[in-house]
Design a protein around this ligand. Structure first.
Ligand SMILES: Cc1cc2nc3c(=O)[nH]c(=O)nc-3n(C[C@H](O)[C@H](O)[C@H](O)COP(=O)(O)O)c2cc1C
Length: 246
């Protein structure tokens, strides 16, 4: 196994950080590296907003439903789907952009942001930094848009805390590999049994890390996935120009 594979295998989300700052040259190296990832149509329709300001990070931790690690980690990076930038390019050559009005636009933006997030995580972890992705800033996307002064045709899709880990403790187990890797076509036969097996593995994990309140995978999904947990995403995305009607 090489270093990159070891870094990927060793991933865990970090929710406790030291107060060691992240050097500007380290941050620049990470961001320059992930700017080079592929993007659909070479559209480069994602922008990063780097937030170091402690007061702003505190506000984001509140927007995200009260997540203290956002205030604690020295850097927060918001990943923004950015069809404002591409619209300027389209207009430059005399066109009128409509991709942001289509479901395809949302898919493209989310995939491109995911590629950047994934690479940012691995690059950071390869340098001994810790990260945790933050989807919960979509709990109140309007507040994020206002805070970061985002223009129309942009949407804050996910964020990431970055800093030096105070606690790397335990690596969370995953579902059995067979639920993830399917040979030639979708293999659903063993899924229910594998899920029951994983539910028990996860309960054992919570016992081991002394988090007795931890639940099974099934139970942890039942509450959020039985309702629209971020109901502001749709109306705010529409108001930003992501009409999703094409
Ligand atoms: C897109 C995305 C959004 C996430 N949002 C949050 C979040 O808002 N708060 C948080 O504490 N963890 C968040 N996480 C981290 C997941 O909870 C975590 O990856 C998962 O429980 C597996 O744990 P591990 O990363 O330690 O292996 C997010 C992860 C992803 C990929």
């Amino acid at each position: 196994m090489n270093e990159t594979l070891r870094t990927l295998h060793d991933h865990r989300s970090i929710r406790a950080y030291t107060d060691q700052p992240v050097a500007e040259e380290t941050l620049t190296a990470l961001i320059a590296a992930v700017q080079h990832v592929p993007s659909s149509m070479n559209g480069q329709q994602v922008s990063l907003i780097v937030v170091r300001d402690a007061e702003k990070r505190k506000q984001i931790s509140v927007i995200a439903g009260g997540q203290p690690w956002i205030a604690q980690a020295p850097v927060f990076i918001a990943l923004v789907i950015d069809f404002h930038k591409t619209a300027l390019g389209v207009a430059e050559s005399g066109g009128r952009q409509v991709i942001h009005e289509s479901l395809e636009g949302i898919i493209v933006g989310a995939i491109d942001a995911g590629i950047i997030l994934g690479n940012l995580m691995t690059a950071a972890e390869s340098l001994g930094l810790g990260i945790v992705p933050i989807g919960a800033m979509r709990a109140n996307p309007r507040a994020m848009i206002d805070l970061l002064q985002l223009p129309l045709l942009t949407f804050p899709v996910v964020g990431m805390c970055l800093g030096y880990p105070a606690d790397r403790s335990h690596r969370k187990p995953r579902l059995p590999l067979a639920t993830f890797r399917h040979e030639e076509c979708y293999q659903g036969a063993g899924l229910a049994a594998a899920i029951r097996e994983y539910d028990q593995i996860l309960l054992d994990h919570w016992q081991k890390v002394a988090r007795g309140e931890g639940t099974t995978w099934s139970a942890s999904l039942a509450a959020p996935y039985s309702r629209v947990y971020f109901p502001e995403v749709y109306p705010v995305a529409r108001a930003q120009g992501f009409t999703n009607d094409k």
